[in-house]
Design a protein. Structure first.
Length: 151
């Protein structure tokens, strides 16, 4: 089940952040801020009363930024991130967004494979963007076509 996050989810998501993003992880204060700020959407995937995945987007006019998406390591490759992505894309379309942008580390093959599989294209590179010195690939998906993002 995908639902809006609430303050009680922040502790679990903070733990997932540490596990999934290491030195780039967001702390509880940042996550709590995302619950409250205008234009942010913070959703969790709950299974058997346990939060196993989450996504955070930021709406800015007609574009939405996928700021975070993560799935517990023991639950990856079950389609959970794809379901979360579909959910936030539907919501962003309703909010008037016509494209989604994101940044992903050039040395994160799992995420690169996920974005390739879900219709994102590489449009730019931010050199040495992350703390570990890796580049960020800027990726884009049109939201104006069908769910394969092929327009
Ligand atoms: C990237 C991530 C969110 C994917 O989550 P997931 O729930 O495992 O993804 P899904 O099961 O929905 O995958 C959908 C498709 O994406 C592709 N994909 C996802 N993970 C993949 C991997 N590790 N290797 C190859 N392809 C992958 C596949 O095509 C997959 O479909 P398939 O399983 O039917 O082959 C997850 O690996 C993760 O949490 N990584 C750490 C956090 C992170 O890097 N987030 C993105 C930062 S920008």
């Amino acid at each position: 089940m995908i639902r809006d996050a609430v303050a009680a989810d922040v502790e679990t998501v903070e733990e997932l952040e540490g596990e999934l993003f290491g030195t780039e992880s967001w702390d509880a204060d940042t996550l709590l801020d995302d619950l409250e700020r205008e234009g942010r959407r913070f959703v969790v995937f709950e299974d058997d009363f346990e939060v196993v995945g989450y996504a955070i987007t930021m709406l800015a006019g007609d574009l939405t930024d996928l700021a975070r998406i993560g799935v517990h390591p023991s639950r990856q490759r079950e389609g959970i991130a794809a379901a979360l992505l579909d959910h936030v894309i539907d919501a962003a379309r309703e909010d008037g967004a016509d494209r989604m942008l994101l940044e992903v580390s050039a040395v994160n093959p799992e995420a690169l494979a996920f974005y390739a599989a879900t219709g994102f294209e590489h449009i730019d590179t931010r050199t040495r963007y992350y703390k570990d010195g890796s580049d960020a690939l800027v990726m884009r998906r049109s939201l104006t076509s069908s769910s394969d993002g092929s327009s």
